[in-house]
Design a protein around this ligand. Structure first.
Ligand SMILES: *Cc1c(COP(=O)(O)O)cnc(C)c1O
Length: 377
């Protein structure tokens, strides 16, 4: 059974009920590396202070400080701007101290924030593997920051030195995604470690799919690396894409910078409540579903590989797989006509004639395979 919760409870006996308080802030050696990477305007920024920032006590009962409407409970009040109760719950599940957690409106908010905090438009640049998740490049373009792509090899792997070679003195960020989207594979852990240890800038490891992988998640090693930011999300393994809740794990210094720049009430009350409800149910249902998806992944990938239209199914450590087919555009359109949507990655670098297929329910997967079995080239 693969499940982040299990991995961490094995490696961290501190998760026992008695020792919840044992999860304390990560102590990092003093070093002004992060400070030197931050944009000057952000370093000097005096952040907006909301009513709920200013008064954080627990004893008051009359709140006349935020111009809220006193009627219309239970959603008439602004939510907790720093989501402290929710972070305490996430800290237990993810085995990362609450002080080292940032929550955003999807991971996408945290992706945008690294640019706004660290990258000077038109001067700084970032480096990323190619192909990978499309939002990094979109956010780079929105922020007017040069985006440098370093191609993966034919096994969709990368050597640290290739990424480092693409950097210069204006490179602030390196984006890695493992398991990678759209290729589905884990990026070799030793190479990621080399990048983190050798790059004098921020390394982002997007682990949106780590619950489906057996590779040790990098968030468990945050204490070793002051320049590491790890992303997780409620959208995939946790089955809550609709509530828009993303997580970033990093040193307290980086978390403080994110908090300084984010919108004051970036995670709404309904989302915070829903996430707390989900975690209060315990992890067993989530783990069960992850394992169901993993079993289905094996079955579907094997069946897909047998299809006459299939040329290659690439290995997957995620809840989807990439497959090379005879004619991706035509097969994609054929499936659309039947009401079945997969992701056509034909135009993506190294993914010519490739489709990316998400693992659905047994019934959905059967529909896909049945339709493809009667496809006529
Ligand atoms: C799906 C996905 C996310 C999740 O983004 P959210 O904004 O949290 O929904 C993040 N990174 C990658 C690589 C993804 O594929």
């Amino acid at each position: 059974m693969i499940c982040d919760f299990q991995v961490s409870s094995l490696q961290f006996p501190l998760t026992s009920k008695r020792s919840k308080t044992a999860i304390t802030s990560l102590q990092l050696p003093y070093n002004n590396m992060i400070e030197s990477l931050v944009r000057k305007n952000i370093q000097q920024l005096k952040p907006y202070s909301s009513a709920r920032d200013e008064y954080k006590g627990k004893t008051a009962s009359v709140f006349l400080d935020a111009n809220e409407n006193p009627y219309g409970s239970p959603l008439n009040r602004y939510p907790d701007p720093l989501q402290e109760e929710l972070k305490r719950k996430i800290a237990e599940v993810k085995q990362v101290p609450a002080e080292n957690i940032f929550l955003g409106n999807g991971s996408d908010e945290a992706i945008d924030l690294v640019f706004r905090v660290f990258c000077e438009p038109r001067i700084d640049n970032v480096v990323a593997i190619d192909p990978t998740y499309g939002m990094y490049e979109v956010c780079a373009n929105i922020n007017d920051v040069e985006y440098r792509k370093v191609a993966l090899d034919e096994h969709f792997q990368i050597k640290a030195e290739q990424l480092l070679k693409a950097c210069d003195q204006h490179t602030k960020l390196i984006f890695l995604c493992s398991p990678n989207n759209p290729t589905g594979n884990d990026i070799c852990r030793e190479e990621i470690v080399k990048v983190i240890e050798q790059f004098r800038g921020i390394v982002i490891v997007d682990e949106a799919y780590s619950d489906f992988s057996e590779q040790r998640p990098f968030r468990l090693d945050l204490g070793k690396y002051e320049n590491l930011i790890v992303y997780n999300t409620f959208s995939k393994a946790y089955g809550h894409a609709a509530i828009r809740l993303g997580m970033a794990f990093a040193s307290t210094e980086i978390i403080a910078l994110f908090n300084k720049v984010k919108y004051p009430y970036n995670v709404n009350e309904l989302t915070q409540q829903k996430a707390k409800e989900l975690l209060a149910e315990g992890m067993s249902k989530i783990c069960q579903r992850i394992n169901l998806i993993l079993d289905e992944r094996t079955t579907v990938m094997q069946a897909f590989a047998q299809l006459p239209l299939c040329e290659q199914v690439y290995p997957s450590n995620a809840n989807f797989f990439l497959a090379k087919v005879s004619d991706a555009n035509r097969i994609y359109n054929y499936l659309v006509d039947k009401g079945i949507i997969v992701r056509n990655r034909n135009s993506v670098h190294l993914c010519g004639n490739c489709l990316r297929v998400t693992i659905g329910t047994k019934e959905e997967n059967t529909q896909l395979l049945s339709a493809l079995r009667v496809y006529k080239p």
